[in-house]
Design a binder for this molecule. Sequence first.
Ligand code: 13P
Ligand code: ZN
Length: 269
Amino acid sequence: MSSILENRPALREEVEKVAEVAGYLWQKGWAERNGGNITVNITEHIDDEIRNMPAISPVTPIGLTLPELKGCYFYCKGTNMRMRDLARRPMDNGSIIRITDDCAHYEIIADKPVKPTSELPSHLAVHNYLISKGSDYKASVHTHPIELVAMSHCKKFLEKDVATNLLWSMIPETKAFCPRGLGIIPYKLPSSNELAEATIKELGDYDVTLWEKHGVFAVEKDVMAAFDQIDVLNKSALIYIAAKNMGFEPDGMNNEQMREMTVAFNLPK
Ligand code: 13P
Ligand code: ZN
């Protein structure tokens, strides 16, 4: 069977990046079974031939009306599909969807009618928000990083910016590469519109949000950059836990060291 990716190097590159990241998520132990999902806004790589392609699925409601997404195209992980399978066969474990002109439905156009992730409302609502803000972010990644999810089981870390400041203080690079920190979203039912709305609210101030007792949701220019932000934060969580396991509370960088970093790297306060 021919693939929509054939003779479309830019589109292929985007999908191959998703596959590479899916492999990392599995290797890190963050993607048990079908855990996690990735969507990428690929509209800039869509040509007229693709625009004229007939749908290979029924027109399906999103559950939300998202006016900025009219005529947009997304690569989406399939619901119930495994990241470790997607890593090897992205077009068998994910699909490309088109948002219909009423902005409230999608249809699958390639390569196979793989139903998109159950977290589609959150992902698409976030893409709608990003476009409305004029953002150049195109990718969103939801995954289940063990140490960050573990931290979300402790009330102290769910207070505004407590986890952010702790994680930033573990190693200088964390603030440098995740300068907006970690937004906290109190527990909401997976795949619900309430979770989507809460996520959008936090993305005004943060690139990565922690879904209490569930996982993280990150946005960035591309899927690799979104993965990097999560990886950097989780590395700090690992350092914190390693210190605790050695029997002491880590000092963390002090305020003066944090200030010096912030100035040297020209970071937001
Ligand atoms: P999907 O298999 O539907 O993408 O769901 C995985 C998940 O992590 C839900 O939060
Ligand atoms: Zn999840």
